[in-house]
Ligand binder design. Structure first.
Ligand code: GAF
Length: 396
């Protein structure tokens, strides 16, 4: 894996020694269930083979400092462990006090110390990060950084926390250190990933069920179409969508849209403006589509979920309005070239789409998508297939 090599090389360059170990965690694709997580709803993601690696070593000075460097950045950042409490939390809507890339691993160190105070004192660390997960592609490169860092610190600091607790720590870093108001789907997908399996997660209880997703066994492939239109969740549209959902829930008198059913939609339409209603309708119907997808996967297998993927995309395009011309072109072209289903995946406003296709159609669908993007003068997309893969691990 190139990320492992890059993380080790960077560590040695920064510190002049070898790391104590290498820990990695994967990015994710969300099969279905978008923007439902922060509405206490349902999601169905899986971990992908692309991983982020943290090369980490204990410091032998007594300064309790963290030095963090990354192949994303020119300069490493060094802070005292006690200074983390001064740097974070980041006020909602403002920028972190350290470069944003560094707020992910440093935010994990901060949140982990808070969650396991009794396990201290905590020694200083040097951390070098490298990633094979494309950044800004809607594939959770940020959750992969958080998962790799949390796994390393959990072992080196002897805190012994479980995967769900480490996912909560990752989300805390994302919300309170980076300042991105995201849900917990990505961290749970990264921490709990398993080969050939999707993670059905109830975002209210954090209960999970493993759903078999043996795509290759069914003669199929999942093609990722990264449009290379970068998105960020700390700003703009993501925050606005979340606020609309909260407004819709408060108008309906529920704590979260999870508590609204499809039968409630006519009443919702009478009570709120059209935009808020369409945001609500996306969440309510998307929750149902997740439940339907789990049932169809179990009863009929992966070949039968294509229409649910398409309905999800249409809802994100028309009701939630988080798609882009590039994502719509990716979905439409894949479908015209024979895909069983396709949808944008992740937070939207850029990033990637996925297409469920026959294994022997990868080249034809890829050619069609490349051709359509060139004809529309879009940037050339990045195309690759993914299989549901394992969660975090120690690599060396
Ligand atoms: C991003 C967020 F980080 C997730 O929590 C989730 O809301 C997703 O967008 C949309 O489903 O990945």
């Amino acid at each position: 894996m190139t990320a492992a090599h890059d993380a080790r090389t960077l560590f040695t360059r920064l510190t002049g020694r070898e790391p104590d170990g290498l820990w990695s965690a994967p990015g994710r694709v969300n099969l279905i269930g978008e923007h439902t997580d922060y509405n206490d709803g349902f999601v169905l993601p899986f971990a992908i083979p692309q991983r982020t690696v943290a090369a980490v070593g204990r410091r032998d000075d007594d300064r309790g400092r963290v030095l963090v460097g990354s192949t994303f950045a020119d300069e490493p950042v060094e802070v005292g462990l006690d200074d983390l409490d001064r740097l974070f939390p980041t006020a909602p809507g403002s920028h972190p006090a350290v470069p944003e890339w560094a707020a992910y691993p440093l935010g994990v160190a901060w949140a982990l110390r808070q969650a396991a105070v009794e396990a201290g004192p905590f020694g200083g660390l040097d951390i070098a990060i490298a990633s094979d997960v494309p950044v800004g592609a809607g594939l959770s490169s940020s959750a992969a950084i958080e998962g790799a860092t949390a796994s390393a610190l959990n072992e080196l600091w002897g805190t012994g926390l479980d995967g769900t607790t480490l996912a909560r720590i990752g989300r805390c870093a994302e919300n309170e250190a980076v300042g991105a108001p995201t849900g917990i789907m990505d961290q749970m997908a990264s921490m709990l990933g398993r080969p050939d399996t999707a993670i059905f997660l109830d975002c209210r209880s954090l209960e999970t069920q493993l759903v078999p997703l043996a795509v290759a066994e069914a003669g199929l492939a999942i093609l990722v179409i990264d449009t290379r239109v970068k998105h960020a969740h700390s700003t703009g549209g993501y925050r606005e969508r979340r606020a609309s959902c909260e407004l819709g829930a408060s108008i309906l008198g529920v704590s979260a849209l999870r508590d609204v059913s499809i039968d409630d939609l006519p009443r919702a339409q009478e009570l709120m403006d059209d935009v808020t209603f369409r945001r609500v309708r996306h969440i309510v119907t998307e929750n149902q589509r997740v439940l339907d997808t789990v049932r169809v996967l179990r009863e009929q297998g992966v070949r039968a979920i294509g229409d649910l993927l398409l309905a999800s995309h249409a809802s994100m395009r028309d009701d939630f309005e988080i798609s882009t011309p590039e994502l719509d072109a990716a979905v439409d072209t894949a479908l015209a070239a024979g895909a069983l289903g396709a949808r944008m995946t992740g937070g939207g406003f850029g990033g990637a789409a996925i297409a469920l296709i026959e294994q022997d159609a990868v080249e034809a669908v890829s050619d069609a998508v490349n051709g359509a993007f060139a004809a529309s003068r879009f940037a050339a997309p990045l195309l690759f297939t993914v299989t549901p893969s394992a969660g975090p691990r120690r690599d060396a």
